[in-house]
Design a protein around this ligand. Structure first.
Ligand SMILES: Nc1ncnc2c1ncn2[C@@H]1O[C@H](COP(=O)(O)OP(=O)(O)O)[C@@H](O)[C@H]1O
Ligand SMILES: [Mg+2]
Length: 341
């Protein structure tokens, strides 16, 4: 793990630590916890992927890291520390510093992120001035520099364009530039390529990887797409029903899954060779966050489950610095190693 610079305010510590995070919706009857015991770490210089089906709590966890929970959702327990800031207990002034200076965030809704009436360069320059003490000229120079980094070939001219004059891929690059304008140490990306076609997706992902090494930032990338995660992530966290089911180095998790849910996700990904008959939908129904089980949330849909899985769930450390919440991971490992996925 890299040693942090003092700029992140967290010398010698991880840039991001999420431990046993619980988020709650509502009070009394009808109240539920869409995120239960989530855990995550990220450092400068790495891309950490959070994968899982829609509704698994990925976006809420990301918002919790940025101190931007939607109304009606609150912190119920656990720890979120970013650059030394205790996010759930931070004062408004610290939260302002956190957003932009420590954390840059790209939200899931790409079309609402830009102001249609303002030139793209001005939007980036204003974001820079909101977080850093820059004069107008300096902010403009920074915006032009960022547009160049984002692959705009004539940034000094393209600075003056409006969002509607750009393609979807270029607009998403502007959104990334705005998130980076305050020079954050950590970039949080929520499904940053969902609205883009395959070729543009690849280019945006490669751009993010380039930024990680050029700017020495950490990235947390939320995606439901395992192909996206496989392309750029160093480590992967698999979430289901608000819980973390498996975590580890990306190549290990994707090649040798140690949780049946990860295996099910992998089997549901079409490849060039798969036929419709081979594609396996995950059996059973997706979880409903309002119905929390005492045991493993995936057990009702799991081909490996035994009675004990329905009663209790515990995360254990396994080989290669990995963790899994599956008590039957050794049985799964034998099957995966024996037959291939
Ligand atoms: N603003 C909100 N208010 C109340 N409940 C919410 C809100 N946003 C999300 N949820 C609940 O939390 C669950 C997880 O949502 P989300 O984090 O958006 O999942 P994902 O990003 O993995 O698709 C949802 O199924 C929903 O029940
Ligand atoms: Mg989401």
């Amino acid at each position: 793990m890299s040693v942090l610079t003092s700029e992140s305010g967290a010398e010698g510590r991880d840039l991001l630590v999420v431990r046993d995070l619980r988020l709650g919706v509502g009070e009394g009857e009808g109240s539920f916890e869409p995120v239960v015991g989530a855990a995550l770490r990220a450092d400068r210089g790495e891309v950490v992927g959070v994968v899982g089906e829609s509704g698994s709590g990925k976006s809420l966890m990301l918002r919790a890291i940025a101190g931007l929970l939607p109304p009606g959702v609150d912190y119920r327990g656990g720890e979120v520390t970013v650059g030394g800031i205790d996010v759930p207990h931070a004062k408004p002034a610290d939260l302002h510093r956190l957003r932009g200076e420590t954390v840059g965030m790209i939200f899931q809704e790409p079309m609402t992120a830009l102001n249609p009436t303002m030139r793209i360069g001005t939007q980036i320059a204003e974001a820079a001035r909101a977080h850093r003490d820059l004069g107008r000229g300096e902010a403009k120079a920074r915006a032009i520099d960022l547009l160049g980094r984002m692959g705009f070939t004539e940034p000094a001219r393209q600075y003056r364009l409006y969002p509607h004059e750009l393609s979807g891929g270029m607009r998403q690059r502007v959104v990334i530039a705005i998130a980076l304008a305050g020079e954050p140490a950590l970039l949080l990306c929520d499904e940053p390529t969902t609205a883009l076609d395959a070729t543009v997706t690849m280019r945006v992902l490669d751009l993010i990887v380039g930024l990680v090494s050029d700017l020495d930032i950490g990235v947390v990338l939320v995606t439901h797409d395992l192909g996206v995660a496989a392309r750029i992530c160093d480590r992967i966290v698999v979430m289901y029903a608000g819980r973390m089911l498996e975590e580890g180095p990306a190549d290990k998790v994707l090649r040798r899954p140690r949780h049946p849910y990860t295996l099910a996700l992998l089997r549901a990904v079409p490849t060039r060779e798969t036929t419709i008959e081979e594609l396996r939908a995950i059996p059973g129904t997706p979880p409903v966050p309002q119905e929390q089980l005492p045991g493993c949330p995936f057990a009702p849909r799991c081909e490996f489950a035994e009675d004990a899985c329905l009663r209790e769930v515990r995360t254990v450390a396994i080989e290669d610095g990995r963790t899994t919440a599956c008590r039957r991971h050794e049985v799964l490992a034998k099957m995966v190693e024996g037959a291939g996925v």
